[in-house]
Design a protein around this ligand. Structure first.
Ligand code: HC1
Ligand code: SF4
Length: 568
């Protein structure tokens, strides 16, 4: 099972090494070499499913986009891998032209260089395969695929659902689903780790940048952006901003991009703690269904709904912070600002691809108006900054907008595995003991990248037993026991689909080094340490929101706007 940051990177690389991928390039005719055996280098293919993509429409040859030989000559003729970085940039037009956005730092090019492989004219025309659109936003383009198997390994070993497999069609090895069903109909949790693992852009996800830019340029729309806790960890690294200045920088950057209002959705993480911990304490006192699982990770929710619907009663009914923020902005902020809901365009900025899936769920569009209109990944936000030619040195740091300005350190911790449970403990212990928690605020035993972490906290004469799981395959043994009626010895279980939590989400750019992930986590821990408020229940803007709008946690209105139901 996947347990640490090192394993994450290794697992990405584990599928098939790029050297092997080169064999596929040979097979595809992109590389000319003497004495090459063009038969498959991997031995028997008998184990591979003999499934075919029935849903791929047959495109008449005449309609297929084709690349002229002349164009191919320009693309591949003089490509010299092993160019110095500077030259490589200049020579980017000569890269593999796979369409991948990572062309300047392409792993495949590096490996090709290391193996002394030269690219030449393709030696035969490959039939074009139409792009596979069998998922709402994950796209597979077999024409770019080099059969390296990284996506299959990522699905199996990083995230856990294991829905992808190789199959053969017309003598070509392609990536499809194990069951042969369209991706959307499998247990795919939409985490997007397959996309991150792909070295050549054969897997990608649909961008929402265009939609957001159109809204920004529409005078009738008030465009509101809110940023997830884990985005800070990337901002700090990408733009070289000290951790304590990331929030102000992000607020300024989004204003420069044209957002009218910018909120921090760490605020909604605090709101989640108020709702989820109250639900947890109510389950304890009413002897409700235990243990309670957290519900803020949409990858995890998809996994439960698709593979283990039996445990739905154990899931907290709380919406994720993203959806709580959307519902609060569309209902509370719209009223406060005297705006029509229809005129608000709400954008969340997250490190997660599954959040696109979550925002598009039908239950989050009451009366046909979406709570969140578009979801941008951190990568898309960085792409927008480049697209708009923003000079980041000119960004004016500023505060997030009222009325959701104050956030707690507990909410910031949400972005890394263990953070939700830690924030919940900071409230639960206080409520159970009736005393302010002052000295023991840090629950370090549940931080970090282990697949399963545990903590037991003594409160009066009772114990609160917490487990923190990241990587879905690590949750499966616990789930199986619960289904069999075995007491797993936990009261509260946090599950995040991505190993290490959202800091390792597929919406962030691919980490360059293994220790990047630890640095991302440390940024959030450091921000929590210096926060004015370190408990969600002390956030004065949260308290005011309850006073002015929701009444109290788990109130009727809170249930209507902040809670949800799940569909097996
Ligand atoms: Fe996450 Fe969450 S922590 S799920 O990883 O609960 O994306 O950052 O936004 O919603 O707050 C992601 C991060 C995120 C939600 C919060
Ligand atoms: Fe998305 Fe975070 Fe869940 Fe990964 S762990 S699927 S990034 S919410």
């Amino acid at each position: 099972c996947v347990t640490g940051p090192a394993t994450v990177i290794q697992a990405v690389a584990a599928g098939r090494r790029a050297a092997e991928a080169m064999d596929n390039f040979l097979m595809k005719g992109y590389i000319k070499e003497e004495n090459v055996d063009y038969s498959c280098s991997r031995g028997s293919m008998e184990d591979l499913p003999k499934w075919e993509f029935e849903e791929i429409p047959k495109v008449p040859r005449a309609q297929m986009p084709s690349i002229s030989l002349e164009e191919r000559k320009n693309n591949f003729k003089e490509v010299e891998l092993g160019l110095a970085e500077e030259t490589a940039r200049k020579e980017a037009r000569r890269c593999l032209k796979c369409g991948c956005r990572e062309r300047y730092t392409c792993d495949l090019r590096k490996e090709a260089t290391n193996h002394g492989i030269e690219f030449e004219l393709p030696i035969h025309e490959r039939p074009y395969i139409p792009i596979v659109n069998d998922h709402p936003f994950i796209i597979r383009d077999h024409n770019k695929c080099i059969s390296c198997g990284r996506c299959i390994a990522a699905c199996n070993e990083i995230e856990g659902p294991g829905v992808l497999a190789f199959y053969m069609k017309n003598g070509r090895q392609l990536v499809g689903t194990k069951s042969g069903l369209p991706l959307q109909e499998t247990d795919c949790v939409s985490c997007g780790q397959c996309v991150t693992a792909c070295p050549c852009g054969a897997l990608d996800y649909r961008r929402d940048k265009g939609k957001v830019l159109r809204a920004i340029h529409d005078n009738k729309k008030t465009v509101i952006g809110f940023v997830a806790p884990a985005v800070r960890s990337l901002i700090s690294k990408t733009y070289n901003i000290p951790f304590e200045k990331t929030s102000a920088f992000m607020a300024g950057l989004l204003k420069k991009l044209g957002f009218d209002k910018v909120f921090d959705f760490t605020f909604a993480a605090d709101l989640t703690i108020m709702e989820e911990t109250t639900e947890f304490l109510t389950r304890i006192s009413n002897k409700g269904v235990m243990p309670q699982f957290t519900s803020c990770c949409p990858g995890w929710i998809n996994f439960v709904e698709r593979r283990y619907p039996e445990i739905i009663p154990h899931l907290s009914t709380c919406k994720s912070p993203q959806m709580m923020m959307g519902a609060t902005v569309k209902n509370h902020y719209a009223k406060l600002a005297g705006l029509n809901k229809e005129d608000l365009f709400v954008v969340s900025i997250v490190p997660c691809i599954a959040k696109k899936y979550e925002a598009a769920r039908p239950e989050f569009a009451p009366d046909g108006i979406r709570d969140v209109d578009a979801v941008l990944t951190t990568t898309e936000m960085i792409e927008m900054v480049r697209l708009e030619n923003i000079d980041v040195s000119q960004v004016e740091p500023q505060e997030f907008d009222e009325p959701y300005r104050q956030v707690s350190g507990a909410g910031i911790l949400f972005g890394a595995s263990g953070g939700v449970a830690e924030a919940a403990l900071r409230m639960a212990v206080e409520k159970l003991t009736g005393k302010a928690l002052t000295d023991q605020l840090d629950f370090e035993e549940i931080r970090g990248f282990e697949g399963v972490k545990e903590a037991t906290v003594d409160v009066n004469n009772a114990k609160v037993r917490v487990a923190v799981v990241s990587g879905l395959q690590n949750a499966e043994p616990i789930i199986e026991k619960i289904i069999q009626g075995v007491d797993v010895g936990y009261d509260l279980i946090e599950v995040m689909a991505c190993p290490g939590g959202c800091i390792c989400g597929a919406g962030h750019p691919v980490p360059e080094k293994i220790d990047d992930m630890e640095k991302r986590q440390q940024i959030l821990v450091n921000i929590d340490k210096i926060s004015k408020y370190r408990k969600s229940q002390e956030n004065p803007d949260i308290l005011r929101l309850y006073e002015d709008f929701y009444g109290e946690p788990n109130s009727h209105l809170a249930h209507e706007l902040l809670h949800t139901h799940y569909t097996p």
